[in-house]
Design a protein around this ligand. Structure first.
Ligand code: DQA
Length: 145
């Protein structure tokens, strides 16, 4: 099983960026947690981060052609703006779980819209970095079912 874990804009700034909201752990720590979970569960995990919407679209499209079985995505602020990311996930038809480190439901009004959610099997929000491995677990269970 191969999973693609995508992080959108500003998630490379974890640990520096608003630690009261996103925590003190950095992006490298997040990557390590994901790779450790993958190794323990005999899953191949590819990590990708970009600050650019079109690059995120390209990466989702590439997943269709390279044998990826599922996608975990934290689209960052593009969650609230991007029809292009929604369309990309719909286009590839791969099981996808939306993740947010913070609890977006308890934040500003402009964060209450998620375009990508309509194409996702589940959303995990407010579980911190653990949300990523919970999303991977969901995709594993779904694949077994
Ligand atoms: C986020 C929440 C978004 O509203 C924000 O723009 C982010 C991070 C989260 O992980 O909590 O960049 O997706």
């Amino acid at each position: 099983m191969k999973l693609l874990i995508i992080n959108g804009p500003n998630l490379n700034m974890l640990g520096i960026r608003e630690p009261a909201i996103y925590g003190a752990e950095n992006y490298e720590t997040l990557c390590r947690r994901i790779l450790d979970f993958a190794a323990a569960n005999h899953v191949e995990a590819e990590l990708y981060q970009s600050n650019h919407e079109g690059d995120l679209v390209d990466k989702i499209q590439a997943a269709y052609f390279d044998g990826t079985d599922g996608i975990v995505i934290n689209p960052g602020a593009y969650t609230h703006t991007s029809v292009a990311l929604l369309d990309a996930v719909k286009a590839v038809g791969l099981p996808t779980v939306e993740v947010h480190i913070s609890d977006v439901s308890a934040r500003e009004d402009f964060r209450q819209v998620s375009y990508i959610r309509a194409a996702c099997a589940a959303t995990i929000s407010g579980h911190g970095l653990a949300g990523y491995t919970e999303a991977m677990q969901l995709l594993l269970e779904r694949a077994k079912a």
